[in-house]
Write a protein that binds this ligand. Structure first.
Ligand code: GTP
Ligand code: MG
Length: 196
């Protein structure tokens, strides 16, 4: 199972440069450095997005067209302290504007580091999604970094936390971009979402 060929077509640093709505979209959001961009590369099975071991690499909303069928969106990370405060506020506004206005946005994939679980910055974000009535799917990534018994426990804890959100898919997904684990499942989930 493969995704249609991905190609970058727009980057937005400010709300007015968000491209017009055309096809269904899914967006990848999460704390800085959790592995959003790496996951998009794993899904595409090629390196189309730049990744880095330094947090705060992705500084704009990047739009990738999957053929002309749907778009995948890579967002700047939230909860990142080393960026200038003005810039953080600007990102926050940008992300919120996109999420609020975008009628073609089908689902947000909230990427969580499996080593750390759901943090305060994530909780704030998930609450915003519920308030704005945007559907979301939790994806635990970097699962290769956690030993299986700890991962099983983490899964249960995260799943329980999701009970309090009305827009959450009840089942968190588990992946590793590095080991390409769980990627097929996530591709399937995305295709179902954009085709619905
Ligand atoms: P920002 O754009 O800064 O918000 O970061 P990001 O969420 O896009 O993270 P990025 O994909 O750039 O990855 C951050 C670091 O985590 C890089 O050093 C990646 O190699 C590493 N990484 C990403 N996914 C995985 C994974 O599944 N397993 C492991 N072990 N490392 C990963
Ligand atoms: Mg990134």
């Amino acid at each position: 199972l493969e995704l249609p060929h991905l190609s970058f077509f727009a980057g937005a640093k400010i709300p007015s440069s968000i491209p017009p709505e055309r096809v269904p979209e899914v967006a990848f959001v999460g704390r800085s450095n959790v592995g959003k961009s790496s996951l998009i590369n794993a899904l595409a099975d090629t390196t189309i997005v730049r990744t880095s071991n330094k947090p705060g690499l992705t500084r704009q909303i990047n739009f990738y067209a999957a053929s002309r069928i749907f778009n995948m969106i890579d967002m700047p990370g939230y909860g990142f302290a080393y960026v200038k405060e003005e810039e953080l506020i600007q990102w926050g506004k940008l992300i919120e504007t996109y999420i609020t206005m975008r009628t073609t946005l089908k689902k947000i994939y909230v990427i969580i580091d499996a080593r750390h679980g759901i943090k305060l910055a994530d909780v704030n974000f998930l609450e915003m999604l519920d308030k704005k009535d945007v559907k979301f799917q939790i994806v635990l990534t970097k699962c290769d970094m956690v030993i299986p018994p700890d991962l099983a426990r983490r899964y249960v804890v995260v799943k329980k936390k999701l009970n309090q959100y009305k827009n959450a898919n009840e089942e968190p997904l588990m992946v590793s971009a590095r080991k390409k684990a769980g990627i097929l499942n996530l591709r399937k989930e995305i295709l179902q979402t954009v085709e619905a």
